[in-house]
Ligand binder design. Sequence first.
Ligand code: G3I
Length: 375
Amino acid sequence: MRKWPSFVVALLVSSITFAQNKSASPQASLKDAYKDCFMVGAALNPAQFTGEDQAEDAIIESQFNTISPENVLKWAIIHPSPDAYNFSPADKYVEFGEQNHMFIIGHNLVWHSQVPKWVFEDDKGNPVSRDVLLGRMRDHIMNVVGRYKGRIKGWDVVNEALNDDGTLRQSQWLKIIGDDYIEKAFRFAHEVDPEAQLYYNDYSLENEAKRRGALELVKKLKAKGVAITGVGLQDHVSLEWPTTDQIDATITEFGKLGVKVMITELDVDVLPSASHTADVSYKAASDPKLNPYPNGLPDAVQQALARRYADLFGTYAKHCGLVTRVTFWGVTDKNSWKNNWPIPGRTNYPLLFDRNAKPKPAFDAVIQLAPKHGS
Ligand code: G3I
């Protein structure tokens, strides 16, 4: 495992000047640059894995060695009604990953969002019993994980089960099954594919209270012998939050519990904050003051974004081997969810590639910081 002393990271960061308005080396590749440290990936949408978006495919194939599905494996899409599975988009996603020899992630099995109402209700619209819901969860996991057994290598088994204060979210899963629903989901997934890596995935785990809750959860699962491989820190971050010290401490603390850490949904929001929560159900009203860069990102902000990305990758690379994967939540700024959340129709700049699929100064910054850049 490579550990970089923090002064080396600081020196590297301070010595970097980020190219402005100039393309990064077309040969530079994130996956090669970080190959001794962690895998680098992106979340994909159907236009990318069906070959419709060739500009983005060129980036995906040259830059990434792992992929996540932005939406197609979510319950509402893959299992919209009790007896109907819509496997076709997910099949294409998995085929794309195999054709490109990528480590394929499944996202996700049990979440409070994007689950159809029928899952929790009987035919009269009343809540189902614990046993019925456990049966539905088990069938879903058996069918979905079973279909891609040996092909999808790692699953976000439970997504976003915690509140900001570290307590368990009052989801339908919790209300109907009780707090062992998390353990059950992991046990079902392990039963059907014992070789698959299994993760707990959440946002804002860098904040003290929520992190404590997640650490307790992982401890309890491990004490019960549940097969949890790792924790996903989503890292939907801003230019200021969380600090790299918070990220560093979070990675270290999960590492002490004997689980791997993955950065699973990385992006950096450069727009004024319109929300105090990262909950996907939150919506805010449109306001031009909250959309200040509709025609392009000023150089000063472009530079701040590059410095932020350098700091983030410096922090992740301090934990090579413990951090096993860094996945961006999208490929280019054009399709990022950040353009539509929490306010629809904003122009955001959260990723390393711009709206024309060109690398940004932040891309250069990340490459320059890597142990093997440009190879
Ligand atoms: O599929 C329908 C389509 O039929 C319809 O015409 C269209 C109209 O709005 O909506 C489509 O569904 C959208 C879906 O994405 C697929 O594009 C939903 O409205 C939209 O809410 C959904 O947003 C996704 C969101 O999760 C909710 O599932 C985002 O793309 C996706 O980036 C986001 O990803 C989440 C992670 O799964 C968990 N962590 C947070 C992260 C960001 O919110």
